[in-house]
Design a protein around this ligand. Structure first.
Ligand code: FE2
Length: 317
């Protein structure tokens, strides 16, 4: 699977790229089988009964283990992070060829089958999120249960605070409109990249219960101002679509896990592609050329993508 110049141009300009039908239907079906097999038999959520799909989780079904979270409307299974099947799903030759066109040939950090799983060391700070950088495989299977009759919630976008090169979201089931799809703010990567102190990291600060304002992470004033402007002036794109679609996204792109107002469970596998030399690159400040660490092919790309192509990427303007 070679990316076209138009696909690369679109990624460069918008910070995301939807690759339709990359994961085979057979592999998606097996991923779903493994997802459901990990659910305790006692859970009220039943695969063969869609009337049980609505969240939130209740009572004994709630679990806060970072390796297998079931709380609210989120069901996140990270126990499978370094299983061979899921690593092969996201780090196969087909995807590797495409990703190397973006971040450079022979630059990728290799995953480790049976290696360290995301969540195996707990949360980044008490009550905080799990650090996706402590991981040698996929982030996990991330599901969002339908919200049922919950009132509609506003969008809240963010960028991820851990160092990585390129994110990937693989839908292992169809994600309809309004169904909790990965939601992105096009072009935000170019506006937010210069607002960080470091190219890939976000500074962290110790978290204390009695000093809760910083919650482990420091945002620069410039970042908060720009993110606020993006939320006001940029219509988001909801990356809904069929099973097997993979969405690649730039590490500084504003995004969120969408709200799910359908009766279908959103089911995706998340993954981070990393350059093997991120350890040398991460402490550098933002560069005048924000694509310094990317492939020569991407850096040289000055192609214009068509409106018709943008529509295939669900971008209307
Ligand atoms: Fe995120």
């Amino acid at each position: 699977m070679k990316l076209s110049d138009e696909q690369i141009a679109f990624f460069k300009d918008n910070g995301y790229l939807i690759l339709p039908g990359v994961i085979s239907p057979q592999r998606c079906a097996e991923a779903r089988d493994r997802m459901w097999a990990a659910l305790p038999a006692s859970c009220a959520l039943k695969r063969d009964d869609p009337s049980t799909f609505n969240g939130p989780f209740h009572g004994a079904d709630i679990q806060n283990d970072p390796l297998h979270v079931r709380q609210g409307f989120r069901w996140q299974n990270r126990e499978i992070s370094t299983d061979a099947f899921f690593i092969e799903t996201m780090f196969n030759e087909q995807l590797r060829v495409a990703v190397e066109q973006l971040i450079g040939a022979n630059t990728l950090r290799e995953p480790v089958v049976g290696g360290r799983r995301m969540g195996s060391e707990g949360t980044a700070w008490p009550g905080g999120p799990v650090d996706p950088a402590i991981n040698e495989g996929v982030r996990g299977i991330y599901c969002t249960l339908p919200y049922g009759d919950q009132p509609r919630l506003p969008d809240e976008s963010h960028t991820d605070g851990h160092p990585f090169s390129l994110g990937a979201v693989a839908n292992i089931h169809q994600v309809p409109a309004d169904g909790g799809a990965f939601k992105v703010w096009p072009k935000s990567h170019r506006r937010l990249y210069p607002t960080f102190q470091m190219q890939y990291d976000q500074p962290r600060i110790p978290y204390y219960d009695h000093l809760p304002s910083y919650k482990g992470i420091i945002h620069s004033t410039a970042y908060l101002k720009e993110l606020d402007a993006i939320m006001r002036d940029t219509p988001p794109v909801e990356c809904c679509g069929g099973e097997g679609d993979v969405i690649l996204w730039h590490h500084r792109l504003a995004h969120m896990a969408g709200h799910n107002y359908t009766d279908v469970i959103r089911q995706s596998v998340l993954w981070d592609y990393n350059r093997a030399d991120l350890d040398q690159l991460r402490a550098d400040p933002p560069q005048d050329n924000m694509w310094r660490d990317w492939s020569e092919q991407l850096q040289a790309n000055n192609t214009h993508y068509s409106d018709a192509f943008a529509r295939t990427q669900l971008l209307n303007s």
